[in-house]
Design a protein around this ligand. Structure first.
Ligand code: SF4
Length: 285
């Protein structure tokens, strides 16, 4: 079991802006891993590009910092090669719902056992405040000085409509709640997705910690296995519900696949040289 201190990176500290919501989520993830009793050597964190995607640099687990929108496919590859690892993907709203939205949909369809945490501050922050897929309509940004004309994507509705195995929302103004939700997502067998509302203190002056407290409420007595109820909750806009919205226990890709479902992970198996020779012969020109 790794402690929060062991999961940190010692004297190296994140270069995020003071007050950035990333700090809260970083602590919540470390707390969740520590409370679950997981060892840092068993965890891989993959990310794309963005302020939040620097995350793997600040956690003392294995990490992969990839290309824009490509955190998910790297993570799925890791999980298929070694299903015994715990695999987490970190991305922002631009990274996952913009450049990487195709991978998001594919991950839902495949239901491979990885956890996706989206740090949703409704803005492209690393590239200086352009409108992202979750920017509210008419919000003024550096790329929409007269107001954003596009309608925002609702990632929760999208995930639930496609029967994603685990769908939840939390926010950075309530770290206890967020830690609890992250732990539930990590424990879930199958593709788990948490949309984390968080503040970008530099480029989004609307969705602040105060705004999250005033405009959200915790779900109680909600039937997480009822798709229609989950869709209704995901569609609420007056106050945003936080908690697990939808839970759908279905067979994972790795438990259905003839090769992957075998007890040994792919990396633990010996490559049969004779088989490789016949493959090379078959595919050589
Ligand atoms: Fe955080 Fe925004 Fe600063 Fe990026 S620009 S580090 S998201 S506050």
């Amino acid at each position: 079991m790794s402690t929060i201190k062991e999961l940190g990176t010692g004297k190296y500290v994140p270069d995020w802006c003071p007050g950035c919501g990333n700090f809260i989520t970083l602590m919540a993830v470390k707390k969740a891993l520590s409370e679950l009793g997981w060892n840092k050597e068993d965890v891989v964190i993959a990310s794309g590009i963005g302020c939040s995607s620097k995350f793997p640099q600040w956690v003392n687990t294995f990490g992969l910092h990839g290309l824009h929108g490509r955190g998910l496919p790297m993570a799925l590859g890791v999980k298929m090669a070694n299903k015994k690892l715990k695999v987490i993907v970190i991305g922002g709203d631009g990274d996952v719902y913009g450049e990487g939205v195709n991978h998001f949909i594919e991950a839902i369809r495949d239901n491979i056992d990885v956890t996706l945490l989206v740090f949703d501050n409704s803005i492209y922050s690393l590239t200086k405040g352009q409108a992202s897929p979750t920017t509210p309509r008419m919000m003024v940004t550096s790329s929409s000085p007269k107001g954003n004309l596009s309608y925002p994507l609702n990632p929760l509705s999208l995930a639930i409509s496609q029967e994603c195995s685990f769908v939840a929302r939390s926010h950075t103004a309530n770290m206890t709640h967020m830690t609890d939700i992250i732990k539930k997502a990590l424990m879930h067998e199958g593709f788990s997705f948490v949309n984390i509302l968080q503040e970008c203190v530099t480029f989004n002056k609307i969705n602040t910690a105060k705004w999250f407290k005033e405009n959200t409420y915790e779900l109680v007595d909600h039937n997480t296995q009822d798709k229609m109820s989950a869709l209704v909750k995901a569609d609420e806009t007056e106050k945003l519900p936080i908690g697990v919205l939808y839970y759908n226990m279905k067979q994972t890709f790795e438990n259905a696949h003839t090769v992957l479902k075998q007890k040994k992970a792919l990396i633990e198996r010996k490559i049969d040289e004779a088989d490789m020779d016949s493959l090379f012969k078959e595919f050589s020109v």
